[in-house]
Design a binder for this molecule. Structure first.
Ligand SMILES: C[S@@+](CC[C@H](N)C(=O)[O-])C[C@H]1O[C@@H](n2cnc3c(N)ncnc32)[C@H](O)[C@@H]1O
Length: 583
């Protein structure tokens, strides 16, 4: 996920290398217990107002009923009352390790501002969870974090005070309980019993009564019924936000982004669903260094989007020798396309100087450096945060050291002189600005990110993006190529940024980015509905650049940008714009 310099207090974070959100077999089922679930008789008036006949509880037991306040009666007939009928000494006191790992992850996210996808793997190791429990913990932690807004809306109906007044650990336990009740195929009694047990063991006996009482109100309805209650009399965006578990401002921004990038805004539902699914883990074999053979033997499948890439079969990738060596790396296919596209739009000449202005943690820089080594070019990988610059160095260690340099400095201060001695005019031949951004296109990877981001972040980041672009234009050689990329499709970070930089720099022209990205992909992979190109209305058309056979991306004079999407391409929503600086 993207970070600004002031945003580094979270526990590091690697987006490219190993930064995948899929630590285990998550099955984020979202609305999976909707119409097809074993529950309830249909929509009810709301929590505590159920006029229906209740539900059988998902365990297959029958019997029992709910009174007109939604409380379950005659529970012993159902054989369900395991937690409250027993004497205190017999109540669940042990916390099962999967729930404990999930709870600790939610606590670290809330208390320490940590990244869930970095905390959870650590917890899985510490608690020595087997594969099955690791899968359960992953689904619990990531699911509860992703759905936090929706689960909090449910809880608001079930507690008699503002959620802000609930002790934060108790609120986290409740969120885990709601996720089990509404989005997982866990029997209600187990969900409640285990959550109450967790509360008792980790927080104390006092709040366990509250957790028990609140979760029993939650279980009065299934997810479909709850969504009906929550979305009654709301507008379209609020409904999408609650059903798709995103904040309303992000739903609005993503829907607008679909329109701005030439897609149908009705795709928003699929886009939100894609954000709620664990991303596939993509692998890249570094050109000239890595081979995918062992990964493919291990069950990975070749990528249909980009060369020298594969989709992992899952599990611990360290069992693949090349992954351990660092010559085969985990990297989203969208990020791979960004890096490969840097070599398009103009043929690469021997001795070119490339700059990756925002390189940490080094995913694209490493692929670029491997490509540079093959083409006789050199990459300067710049990163402002020293710990992230260290990550870049570690990532680049497998590539010929002649092909790269790491520079730790504020990218806004870069100049053409930083390209070092060169025969012609000073400056870099190609610059990638993979800018710090809101990361709204990579929400799949950081389950809590959508609730942390605010519109204020956007305001700060767009200023930084503009300043980095200005510096990059200054450091670019006349005739050089500037590639701007974000892992956000937000209009302000993409099309508005393009407009602004074109306005501020008359020497810059937007070129046919769509053609460059298509040329970087496998033949036909980005045709038809998958074409990421969007004509940029109002761009100065490029003239006087005849097409060449080595340079298919210059065959037209249409200025385009490119936008990838999780629900279309299976990648992060990377935005790419290629600019040429006048000679
Ligand atoms: C989107 S990430 C880059 C991801 C990277 N290109 C990759 O593929 O692994 C943006 C990076 O920009 C860095 N950054 C933020 N402000 C910067 C600045 N003023 N100068 C240089 N880098 C900056 C952040 O620390 C972060 O590492």
């Amino acid at each position: 996920m993207s970070q600004g310099p002031g945003n580094t207090r979270r526990t590091g974070g690697s987006r490219g290398a190993g930064g995948s959100g899929g630590a285990g077999p998550s099955r984020d089922t979202g609305r999976s217990r909707g119409a097809g679930s074993s529950r309830g008789s249909g929509p009810s008036g709301g929590p505590g107002r159920s006029g229906g006949s209740g539900r059988s509880g998902g365990t297959g037991e029958s019997g029992g009923y709910r009174d007109n306040r939604g409380r379950q009666r005659n529970r012993q007939a159902m054989g369900e009352r395991r937690y409250s009928s027993s004497v205190p000494s017999q109540r669940t006191r042990r916390t099962d390790p999967a729930r404990l790992a999930a709870f600790r992850t939610l606590r670290a996210v809330a208390e320490d501002d940590a990244y869930g996808n970095l905390v959870l793997p650590d917890q899985l190791r510490r608690l020595q969870l087997n594969r099955r429990d690791a899968g359960l913990a992953t689904e619990l932690a990531y699911g509860a974090l992703r759905h936090q807004g929706t689960w909090d809306a449910v809880l608001t109906h079930c507690v008699d005070r503002p959620l802000a007044k609930i002790d934060p650990p108790v609120l986290d336990a409740l969120r885990l309980g709601v996720h089990q009740l509404l989005a997982m195929r866990i029997p209600d009694h187990a969900a409640i019993d285990q959550t109450v047990g967790l509360t008792r063991a980790e927080i104390g006996a006092g709040p366990s009564g509250l957790v028990n009482a609140v979760l029993r109100k939650v279980m009065a309805h299934d997810l479909t019924e709850w969504l009906e209650v929550l979305t009654r009399n709301t507008d379209d965006v609020t409904r999408l936000a609650l059903e798709g578990a995103h904040p309303t401002w992000i739903v609005r921004a993503l829907r607008q982004a679909l329109t701005v990038h030439g897609r149908n805004p009705a795709e928003i539902t699929r886009l939100l669903e894609a954000d709620n699914a664990a991303p596939q883990v993509h692998l890249v074999a570094l050109p000239g260094l890595g081979e995918l053979t062992s990964a493919l033997d291990d069950g990975a499948t070749p990528s249909t989007l980009v060369a020298d890439a594969a989709t992992s079969a899952g599990g611990d990738l360290r069992r693949v020798q090349e992954v351990r060596d660092g010559t085969v790396r985990v990297q989203d296919a969208g990020s791979q396309l960004v890096a490969h596209s840097v070599l398009q739009s103009a043929p690469v000449a021997d001795g070119e100087k490339w700059l990756d202005l925002c390189a940490g943690p080094g995913g694209k820089a490493t692929l670029l450096a491997a490509l540079a080594a093959q083409h006789g070019a050199h990459v300067t990988a710049n990163e402002v945060a020293s710990h992230r610059a260290d990550l870049v160095r570690q990532a680049l260690a497998v590539v010929d050291p002649q092909a790269w340099t790491v520079r730790c400095a504020d990218g806004r201060r870069i100049t053409a002189a930083d390209a070092g001695q060169s025969s012609g005019e000073a400056g870099f031949d190609r610059i990638l600005v993979d800018a710090p951004c809101t990361g709204l296109g990579a929400l799949r990877r950081r389950p809590e990110a959508r609730w942390r981001r605010t519109p204020q972040d956007l305001a700060d980041l767009t200023v930084l993006q503009g300043e980095l672009l200005d510096a990059a234009v200054g450091a670019l050689k006349p005739g050089g190529l500037l590639v701007y990329a974000t892992c956000s499709p937000h209009a302000a970070e993409t099309m508005v940024a393009v407009d602004d930089v074109l306005k501020a720099h008359p020497e810059l022209n937007l070129v046919d980015t769509g053609a460059a990205v298509r040329a970087a992909a496998l033949p036909g992979a980005l045709d038809g509905d998958a074409d990421p190109a969007q004509i940029h209305v109002g761009s100065r058309a490029r003239t006087g650049e005849p097409a060449t056979s080595e340079n298919p991306a210059t065959t037209g004079h249409t200025a385009t940008t490119a936008q990838l999407w999780p629900h279309i391409h299976g990648t992060d929503a990377m935005f790419i714009a290629h600019f040429r600086k006048n000679k």
